[in-house]
Design a protein around this ligand. Sequence first.
Ligand SMILES: Cc1ncc(COP(=O)(O)O)c(C=O)c1O
Length: 432
Amino acid sequence: MSHRPHFVNGLKCRLCGKMHGQQALNFCPDDFGPLEVDYDYEAMKGHVTRDSLLAGPASMWRYAPLLPLSGPATVGKHVGYTPLVRAERLGKALGLKNLYVKNDAVNHPTLSFKDRVVAVALSKAVELGFKTVGCASTGNLAGSVAANASAAGLEAYILIPDNLEQGKVLGATVYGAKVVACTGNYDQVNRLCSQIAFQFGWGFVNVNLRPFYAEGSKTMGFEIAEQLGWRAPDAVVVPMAGGSLIGKIHKAFKELETLGLLEEPVQTRMFGAQATGCNPIANAVKTSANKIKPVRNPDTIAKSLAIGDPADGYFASQLIRNTGGWSEDVNDDEIVEGMRLLAETEGIWAETAGGVTVAVTRKMVEQGHLKPDDRVVMAITGNGLKTQEALIDRIARPQVIRPTLEDFKTLLESTANAASPAAGEILAGAGV
Ligand SMILES: Cc1ncc(COP(=O)(O)O)c(C=O)c1O
């Protein structure tokens, strides 16, 4: 597996620009600004080419030279390289002629884009000598850290709010990780994790390992550009929680452009999708606010996006504005409708965050931010099997018959008369 340790300059403060060495640290000791991995793109030129990338494995690691590892990846070796689906039927329903779905609902091993960030963070944790790792999570990260840590023989502490979906909780505990559910919301859990990471000297992927972790999200952007024939799309719609993924997808396009690997200059407008019950970043964009106003009590079925005080919210809102994009939020009914539409048109069952993305894309078309001819990519980041609670009382149950032809014929007649809702149809007004 290819790697180029000398391409990383170190960790750079996003506020003052001061450089720091590669270590488990997420903030600048001088001004508490967030740290980001800084690369030597000049040194990459000539070494990182389309051919060298295409010669890599059919996983996110074909982009290893643009990731912050000093050696070969040791965790999450099969993550990424998910399908980019041409979504003609969904596009027709939404009024978009060139719509694509980047389908991380089928990512390996835990069915969300979080496997990308975890693969980088835990590989780095191993490099830095950590034996115990952990995370604060709204659900998907929990499962990914638990699974990837168990496969790597690392001890894992996973802290989550105590109101998460069964699928997310089981999907973490099954791997033998120590899962701790805390009363309170994600922001409180996250604060506790900062204390734990520094008190015990453990590697928490989205706390002290965050600069490395966040870089993993770039691979979604690299793959999108490669799959579009080395072109950045006109627009990407991305679900936002902490606000990191949206920035990293755009950073990926810009890095490929810097290396001269794209057919055209990057002019991608970035669109951020949130739930109305937790919309701090969308709200800042819509009100042209320069500060993120935290949402104290998030209340939405899109629990994976329920981060009231997003770590990268400011940068996400600036990026959305600077690229000519926009942000919106959608309510629970719209989220369910979005999940159903994606499933019924493309055969892709996304989790609630996917419903948010589809429903916000629809709003962007209605508001004129997305034009019919735009080449649009929707980031579908998690799998519907993990958020069954969101649908269970809103989708018609199968009709029960005796196993006889007579009963089946009667059933056909009754559905032809439309007396009862067809399977898959949403029961009007059913609560969640
Ligand atoms: C399914 C899903 N989509 C999107 C996101 C948003 O990612 P970010 O926190 O980088 O904005 C998350 C975060 O937990 C998630 O679980």
